[in-house]
Write a protein that binds this ligand. Sequence first.
Ligand SMILES: Nc1ncnc2c1ncn2[C@@H]1O[C@H](COP(=O)(O)OP(=O)(O)OP(=O)(O)O)[C@@H](O)[C@H]1O
Ligand SMILES: [Mg+2]
Length: 301
Amino acid sequence: MAIRSTRTAKTAQASELSGLDLPKMGPTGRPVTEFPDPAPLASHGPARIISLCNQKGGVGKTTTSVNVGAALAEYGRKVLAIDFDPQGALSAGLGVMTHDIPTIYDLLIGTVKDPAETIRSTSVPGLDIIPANIDLSAAEVHLVSEVARESILARVLRKVSNDYDVILIDCQPSLGLLTVNALTASHGVLIPLECEYFALRGVALLVETIDKVRDRLNPALVLDGILATMYDPRTLHSREVLERVVETFGDKVFETVIGRTVKFPDATVAGKPITQFAPEHTSAKAYKQLARELVARGAVA
Ligand SMILES: Nc1ncnc2c1ncn2[C@@H]1O[C@H](COP(=O)(O)OP(=O)(O)OP(=O)(O)O)[C@@H](O)[C@H]1O
Ligand SMILES: [Mg+2]
């Protein structure tokens, strides 16, 4: 503690002496960057497809899909979110009822051929969704005997890709055939990582899976970045975990960090993205910053 305050005092003194303001540092230890508002697009598509993937449960995959999807739509991007989890949390988070409607499952097994029949609009203009429900849990069994079983989702998405600027696939917490389909269909992967002990456990296996899919099925697949979620700057362990994540992944860690807040569960209950539920909340601003960072990094047009 004493060391820290001495250092702060010295830094302040140095900055006074030089007459310069030192750059403000962000939670990832890099100087804070102001990502510009994305320029409007003259035309839409073809989409860049991004999987939100981590086989660990409850790390913020769905929350990030909902909220960065909404934020990108607010910046004028045409966004399609794919619910790729039989729990249907993304559909619920965007206020879409999934009972008795065609879903992503029907597209995968071919009982519905045209994705347009499954696409629903949401309360956010520019953000559409292909929903999922518990039927999807039977998909792996069905797909296992199919020819080119890993690229069925890729073939489905090819039919809608030209209508959107970005397609976000909210994966289930597993590295099974559905997730391999998501990775095979994608240009990039975004890994949400909860700032908790053991966050990095399992990430090596995830990276290995991404490498295998790149080698065998989808040579163009890239890791777009690691998103630190549920960060609490007041706890030492949250700060330590983030430090460790940055040590391991360097620039692949997004500068944007998502703080821990009860606003997310509240927004989920309301079936709305946080950018609509509480637009002035820090977390709504954080997801808008992530949208700007994705555009600045070239992960989204
Ligand atoms: N930054 C945050 N702060 C606090 N709570 C959060 C945050 N992000 C998400 N949550 C909450 O944590 C829970 C898990 O989040 P979410 O569903 O997005 O994770 P997930 O990775 O999609 O989970 P699963 O692996 O089960 O699909 C939810 O109740 C969500 O509201
Ligand atoms: Mg989820």
